[in-house]
Design a protein. Structure first.
Length: 158
């Protein structure tokens, strides 16, 4: 696959490492996976514990929520830099809800809770409003089909 003009191509290679523990002869087969991306550390994965996975390994739900949180943070930092808001610290405690809807599980919502520290002299209203701009421009938020709430808290460092 090649990327069309004005686009970016990403690649990931997934291997079911659980095959070494045996075939899918019963529902108790190993869910162990490995995601490899050239030039980066591998990600060991499994399904979530509620789906017979390894609770110590990353699961797709963890990674989706992490991607959403990270994309919002990176977009927010970029729009702040372009708007003269100096961010000194940023952290987020994101939560997502996976529930059964009709016959299938799906994410039905997520909440991002960014805790942002801005430099003295920063405009708090502007810093807050930039979360809306970041959300509107976040690649991952634009790619999902569930609502995302942003519950930001911004403080000024004197």
């Amino acid at each position: 696959m090649s990327a069309p003009a004005n686009s970016h191509l990403f690649n990931a290679h997934l291997t079911w490492t659980g095959a070494a523990k045996g075939p899918t002869a019963t529902p108790d087969f190993s869910r162990d996976m490995k995601v490899s991306i050239e030039g980066k550390p591998d990600i060991a994965g499994s399904s979530a514990p509620g789906f017979r996975g390894d609770p110590k390994a990353h699961n797709p739900e963890d990674l989706l929520l992490s991607a959403l949180s990270m994309c919002h943070a990176l977009t927010y930092l970029a729009v702040c830099a372009g708007s003269g808001v100096q961010v000194l610290a940023y952290e987020d405690h994101a939560e997502g809800v996976l529930e059964k809807v009709e016959r299938n599980f799906r994410f039905t919502g997520a909440t991002l809770r960014p805790r942002v520290v801005v430099a003295a002299g920063s405009n708090l209203d502007r810093a807050n409003s930039l979360h809306d701009k970041a959300h509107a421009n976040c690649f991952i938020a634009n790619s999902i089909n569930f609502p995302v709430k942003i519950e930001a808290e911004i403080t000024i460092r004197e």
